[in-house]
Design a protein around this ligand. Structure first.
Ligand SMILES: NC(=O)c1ccc[n+]([C@@H]2O[C@H](COP(=O)([O-])OP(=O)(O)OC[C@H]3O[C@@H](n4cnc5c(N)ncnc54)[C@H](OP(=O)(O)O)[C@@H]3O)[C@@H](O)[C@H]2O)c1
Length: 231
């Protein structure tokens, strides 16, 4: 069945790679601030999660898949991380996500079984220096996702993908030279950083019916970083 899949974000990065996989078989709708690279098959709405209300968008009555892409990577020693940064990271990663899921409940309930996907980070499972703010915000997402999955089973399936460093615009500062890329690749047992396609493949699986018996999970798509100790 052709699904209506709403990507919050999806104009570039991991969301755009998800749209690439799904646009042939499903109606993909993207809500983001920019739309430069979006194909004609996709419906685009200009939308800023920090300013706009999802209920004002002209969306279909039934939403079968929802992916929330906006996120942040603010890496600093804790003593340099202002409480304001924690607030900003919670706002973009978590509170905006909560507002959107809340606003879309009636449309998600019209689906036979809606699939929701949120993004965490490998730095929730494995403590990493300089990650206090993003780990806190993404930790909130993991707890929220499991509680929500319990509350809305069997009507919604809710899963979280926790990537390690992935080559997208969000991570560009960490990967903007060959030496940085090599150093980051070598931290991973699989000796690569992630590609947007690596993460999108998991998201596409979780959005479609092949994964219909999977909910409440956090999937590490991380080159082995969260579970293997090779040093
Ligand atoms: N890349 C990594 O290394 C990595 C690692 C761990 C976790 N993650 C998580 O994975 C998710 C996707 O990351 P990514 O690397 O694909 O990020 P990205 O390259 O920054 O892409 C983010 C997408 O979200 C949209 N977006 C950002 N702010 C928005 C806003 N205020 N309102 C509406 N749309 C907004 C952007 O579109 P517009 O600018 O057009 O609005 C873009 O389409 C994030 O939650 C991130 O935290 C990424």
């Amino acid at each position: 069945m052709k699904k209506n899949i709403l990507l919050i974000g999806g104009s570039y990065g991991i969301g755009a790679a998800i749209a690439d996989i799904l646009q042939e078989d499903h109606q993909v709708i993207i809500a983001s601030r920019t739309n430069e690279h979006i194909s004609e098959k996709i419906i685009h709405h200009t939308f800023d999660v920090l300013k706009d209300n999802i209920e004002t968008l002209d969306l279909p009555d039934r939403i079968d898949g929802l992916v929330y892409c906006p996120g942040s990577i603010n890496l600093k020693p804790f003593k340099m991380m202002s409480p304001e940064t924690f607030k900003e990271d919670m706002e973009i990663n978590f509170y905006s996500l909560v507002r959107i899921v809340h606003g879309l409940l009636p449309k998600l309930k019209n689906s036979e079984q809606a699939s929701l996907i949120f993004f965490s980070t490998v730095a929730v499972k494995v403590g990493m220096p300089f990650h206090t703010s993003v780990a806190a915000a993404k930790g909130a997402i993991e707890g929220f996702a499991k509680a929500l999955a319990a509350e809305y089973a069997p009507n919604f399936r809710i899963n979280v993908i926790a990537p390690s460093l992935t080559d997208s615009p969000l991570a560009s500062k960490l990967l903007n030279s060959d030496s940085k890329k090599e150093k980051m690749a070598n931290k991973h047992p699989l000796k690569k950083v992630g590609s947007t396609e690596d993460i999108a493949a998991m998201a596409a699986f979780l959005l479609q019916d092949e994964s219909k018996w999977i909910t409440g999970q956090v999937f590490g798509v991380d080159g082995g970083l969260s579970t293997l100790n090779i040093h």
